[in-house]
Design a protein around this ligand. Structure first.
Ligand code: NDP
Length: 331
């Protein structure tokens, strides 16, 4: 590998800085697998890592980027070999362990997933953490009885990364998808991804006037938004349906009652992609590379950026100004 390489660094000195710097392999954190990064991506959490009060990064200076795909350069673990294509999301990556916004990364072998057949390194990061979270949400819903024949599935925050990937995968799997968005101008995009209905955020949010129980509209929901909107969603999930909640872009407080749970048997499923066990991770990535892979996966791509263009993309995602997924091209 090259002796000196480039990475995007955030630092908190007298001022908070975000900029490109040169690194050497000695400065990379401990781990068995050295990876030449091909792609990383921009997730909401990366946006938070790029601001002073985001509460994501544990210590400074730091290299963010919560996911990556690339080629193994060397491995002290026999499960991986030089030249192998791999991907990684979650764990400490981009939070407590230098992440994907770097031409090279060194990771513990336990965190590394072999790139499954049927997926390119670029496609792995079109999905990225957002797509993996969407897939985990769908898996958990199906484990709880959700299936294509049982009615519509709502996806909130549908113009975002998790939401868009959920719309596309659900449609691929034969579900009837209702997509909810705060951006009416993205209705055409959401239909292209496979939504058969596009709802405004206000319609789903019920203008903040949430009833404990309301008309049963959806068998299930994938919800990366949370907040008051989640309470509104829960009140309209059909009997024995389920909601998979993964995010908080709409807030952390959920002013709901127990009524959907005890009168309709609705399940609220928590989704955490970060510590998802390795075996489940690999299985899910295989599904995402196979029968769950949307034909229109590429439509999720907003744009590709270089390290130099990355600060703008990080700032955009915090303003909800990003449709779909932004890829970071390192190689
Ligand atoms: P994006 O910014 O790409 O998508 C978030 C979407 O949420 C926006 O595009 C917007 O969609 C919607 N939104 C934003 N603000 C509000 C608001 N005030 N009220 C209602 N909706 C809003 O982010 P990601 O897809 O990368 O992440 C989404 C969430 O999921 C984040 O909270 C993130 O931290 C979380 N997450 C959790 C993971 C886990 O393991 N649990 C893993 C990955 C992400 P629209 O304009 O269409 O309404």
């Amino acid at each position: 590998m090259t002796a000196v390489f480039q990475a995007l660094e955030v630092n908190k000195g007298e001022a908070f800085t975000v900029g490109i710097r040169s690194l050497t392999q000695d400065e990379l954190p401990q781990g068995e697998v050295v990876i030449k990064v091909a792609y990383s991506s921009v997730n909401y959490k990366d946006g938070l890592a790029s601001i002073p009060d985001g509460n994501i990064v544990r210590s400074y200076p730091f290299i963010p980027g919560i996911d990556l795909s690339g080629y193994v350069v060397s491995s002290a673990d026999p499960r991986f070999y030089e030249g192998q294509k791999v991907l990684a999301t979650g764990y400490g990556i981009g939070v407590s362990h230098f992440g994907g916004y770097s031409e090279y990364a060194r990771l513990p072998a336990e965190w590394v997933v072999p790139l499954p057949e049927g997926l390119s390194l670029r496609e792995a990061m079109i999905y990225g953490t957002a797509g993996f979270t969407a897939a985990l949400s769908i898996k958990r819903l199906e484990e709880n009885g959700v299936s294509p024949g049982k009615g519509k599935v709502l996806v909130t925050g549908a113009s975002g990364g998790v939401g868009g990937a959920a719309v596309a995968m659900l449609a691929q799997k034969g579900y009837t998808v209702a997509a909810s968005t705060g951006r009416s101008e993205e209705a055409g995009y959401l239909r292209e991804l496979g939504a058969s209905e596009v709802l405004s955020r206000e319609e789903v949010y019920a203008g903040g006037n949430v009833k404990p129980l309301d008309k049963q509209l959806w068998q299930a929901a994938v919800d990366p938004v949370g907040g008051t909107q989640l309470a509104a969603v829960l009140s309209r999930i059909a009997y024995r349906g389920a909601v998979a909640v993964s995010g908080l872009t709409g807030g952390t407080a959920v002013p709901a009652t127990v009524l959907p749970f005890i009168l309709r048997g609705v399940s609220l499923l928590g989704i955490d992609s970060v510590m998802c066990p390795a075996a489940e991770r690999e299985e899910l990535w295989k599904l995402m590379a196979g029968s769950w892979k949307p034909q229109q996966l590429d439509k999720l791509v907003n744009r590709e950026v270089t390290l130099a263009e990355l600060p703008q993309a990080l700032s955009d995602i915090l303003k909800s100004a990003t449709r779909g997924r932004v890829l970071v091209r390192l190689a």
